[in-house]
Design a protein around this ligand. Structure first.
Ligand code: FES
Ligand code: FE2
Length: 391
């Protein structure tokens, strides 16, 4: 919650009925393309972890809407990103989605123009070169890339706004006490959901669905069981202002330490967390439109989205651990992963249910309830992005 509103009106909830985005925003092809242009091609988008490209000459190709971006680890140890397109007649450069380059040159599969790993055109195999042609005029099209604490972000805008560090949502937890750069991936779940990417974020931004959809999670995080995310989501919060029971204050049920099947945490925990961070149980940081991170006392989980179409979204979740924790505790890690998978599967399934109802011809838009104040903020963010793109 933003501190100014905390002083004047500490209640988080919406007090007027606000409409959702129009229902066509969730299924129409033209609307999907508008989102791609206005949002996905203009914001920082997380594509992978730095560790995924740790090997010299490693590369990956990421598809975002109609765009393909090649990210590679060059011969000087730098990460670079380019459109996966040759400057000659526009052929795709890398045909595989990942691998290691065999040489320090990128060679087009069509007529063998070759580029340095910095993107300069260095070889054109024609017998002679035409007048007025200068290789220096034809470097690869570069794409902005930024590494934030071990996460690789790209930005397809000509003139990117901000950096991944500055584009986290204003309410995001500051995860500086978590050693994000040093964590290793212990489990990955990839799932294609039959829903628009915005449906996922709407679901993420409210807990009104928690009592009905997440029985298990609602038992672990009692305030979720009340359909709320935080103390000040309750219009009657002042009646319980001094009550530190988790159903009012947030945090995990008595005796639980982390998000796991039985609530127990790994023996190896993050040592630099504050008491408040430990007590919170979950600490979210969201970077729209592509990712969120949730920090617990013993591990971190990330979720990354890729929009595949108006009604299809790919989700990748990674569980990140301290190397020493991952080395010794398989059973305990299963205990953690199983819990998170259940929550994700429940969310993905209900997002698909939401999507299936949206095409009803009379349904022009929905309406938000007080607990959905963060959806309203998300909708404003989408509307603003469209407005900016249109000017
Ligand atoms: S299109 Fe790449 S060399 Fe011709
Ligand atoms: Fe949920």
């Amino acid at each position: 919650m933003n501190p100014e509103s905390a002083q004047s009106d500490p209640y988080n909830g919406l007090t007027t009925a606000e409409a959702t985005l129009p229902s066509s925003a969730y299924w129409e092809t033209a609307e999907f393309e508008r989102d791609m242009e206005a949002i996905w091609y203009r914001n920082w988008v997380m594509v992978c972890r730095e560790a995924d490209l740790a090997q010299p000459l490693a590369y990956r190709v990421f598809t975002l809407g109609s765009q393909q971006v090649l990210v590679l680890h060059d011969d000087r140890g730098e990460l670079r990103a380019f459109h996966n397109t040759c400057r000659h007649r526009g052929s795709q450069l890398c045909r595989e989605t990942e691998g290691r380059l065999k040489a320090r040159l990128l060679t087009c599969p069509y007529h063998a123009w070759s580029y340095s790993l910095r993107g300069d055109l260095v070889r054109v195999p024609s017998k002679s070169l035409p007048a007025g042609f200068d290789k220096a005029d034809y470097p690869l099209y570069s794409v902005a890339l930024s590494v934030w604490r071990g996460f690789v972000f790209i930005n397809l805008a000509d003139d990117p706004v901000g950096t991944p560090a500055t584009t986290f949502d204003r309410d995001s937890a500051d995860l500086s006490n978590w050693p994000l750069e040093n964590l290793v991936t212990g489990h990955v779940l990839t799932k294609v959901m039959d829903c628009n990417w915005k449906i996922f974020w709407e679901n993420f931004n409210e807990c009104l669905h928690c009592p009905g959809v997440h029985k298990h999670l609602s038992a672990l995080v009692p305030i979720y069981g009340r359909g709320l995310m935080a103390r000040h989501d309750d219009p009657e919060w002042a009646l319980h202002a001094d009550n530190d029971e988790p159903q009012f204050s947030g945090g995990l049920r008595q005796g639980a330490e982390t998000w796991s099947e039985d609530g127990t945490a790994l023996a190896h925990r993050f040592t630099g967390l504050s008491d408040q961070e430990r007590a919170a149980g979950q600490n979210y940081a969201m970077n729209l439109p592509s990712m969120f991170i949730v920090g617990h006392v013993d591990y971190v989980r990330t979720v990354r989205l890729v929009p595949l179409g108006p009604e299809r979204t790919e989700l990748t979740s990674e569980w990140l651990f301290l190397p020493e924790a991952l080395a010794e505790a398989t059973k305990d890690i299963d205990n953690i992963v199983a819990f998170g998978r259940t929550v994700l599967e429940e969310d993905a399934a209900i997002c698909e249910v939401n999507q299936r109802g949206l095409r009803a011809r009379p349904h022009r838009a929905g309406v938000l309830m007080p607990e959905e104040y963060d959806l309203h903020r998300f909708h404003d963010w989408v509307r603003d992005a469209h407005r900016r793109a249109a000017t």
